[in-house]
Design a protein around this ligand. Sequence first.
Ligand SMILES: [Zn+2]
Length: 386
Amino acid sequence: MNVRRGRNWKSGEVVELSWKEGAKEFVSVSALGQSSDDQLPFISPGFVDIQINGLAGVNFGNPEITTQDVLRAADLLASQGVTHFLPTLITDSVERMEASVERLARAAQSDEIGGGIVGIHLEGPYLSDVDGPRGAHPLAHCKDPDWNEFSRLQTAAKGWIRMITLAPERTGAVEFIKRAVASGVRVAIGHTAATREQILAAVDAGATLATHLGNAAHDMIQRHHNYIFDQLGEDRLLASLIVDGHHLPPHLVDIFVRVKGIDRIILVSDAVQYAGLKPGIYDGGYRQFEVRDDGFIGVVGEPRLAGSGLLLVKALENVTRFLRGNDVRPWIQTVTTNPRRWLGLDPCNLHEGGEASFVVWKWDDHTAELSIQQTVRAGRKVYAAL
Ligand SMILES: [Zn+2]
């Protein structure tokens, strides 16, 4: 029997978890009361990243991706406290996307990944073709929603597509959203130049998230009527945010959090395959990408960000710092219970019979650094700091 003791990240109470190695569920979770030992690390559910395109050279959108590539990515994510993630594909030809989802579904079902993949996120191809809102998605493949085409992708994915980001102004979007939601797929709004009416129609149809709010937008927008305010003010939409210091200025993160409320915020990495690589210029096929040492990743020759180099540990450190706090604990829910609830998972699995997935971490309030000590996914130790 494995036993791990730590402080519950929320209550501060000492909690003792026990599970059998490799068994998916906790045998017991016991609360042992308050502790005066402030060196005892914290325990929280594992972090969940609902938007990650790849990292360290692994691109989830590669039609030739192997289970070994996915496993390498999952291991690196585990070192960052991430137990569960949704490999995210950006817009590409449907043939290439079909090949990728087929391989990702195969990886998702493999023993090696051990339940780390909780679904696939399609960010595209049903996105705006307008410069700005389109972001770095290739113009040639942005198109109107097509249920038959999506069904073909979902069949190739063996039902693993759990989330789609689309632009609600696209012809047929409302009908598509209704069908997607009815089939169990979560719908997010993003890469959009929609009007208020179009956004509200999408929400009425079942869209429940604004993907990386404040990004993939025009440089200049109308002061009263714009798709950022309309998504910000709509309580039925949670917002995902990329808090790498490049995608959003700190004061805007503050405004978004205050308007939405922390219960409606999900931090995402939006990391791309260049995340974690040395600074330099990388050849991405039809374009080149620049990786800087401060985590900035952009398209060479275009004033556009191309995903981020950050992972969730850094996002948590940033958001704590940006909002002038010195305690990361209130933010943990934005990478644990909030995304879990939004996805329809057990919001907090730290209970008897809950999935034995958790992360043990320490927070240094002098340096504002979060350090991951151990990560366990579905009863398996997937990371331990030396
Ligand atoms: Zn995007």
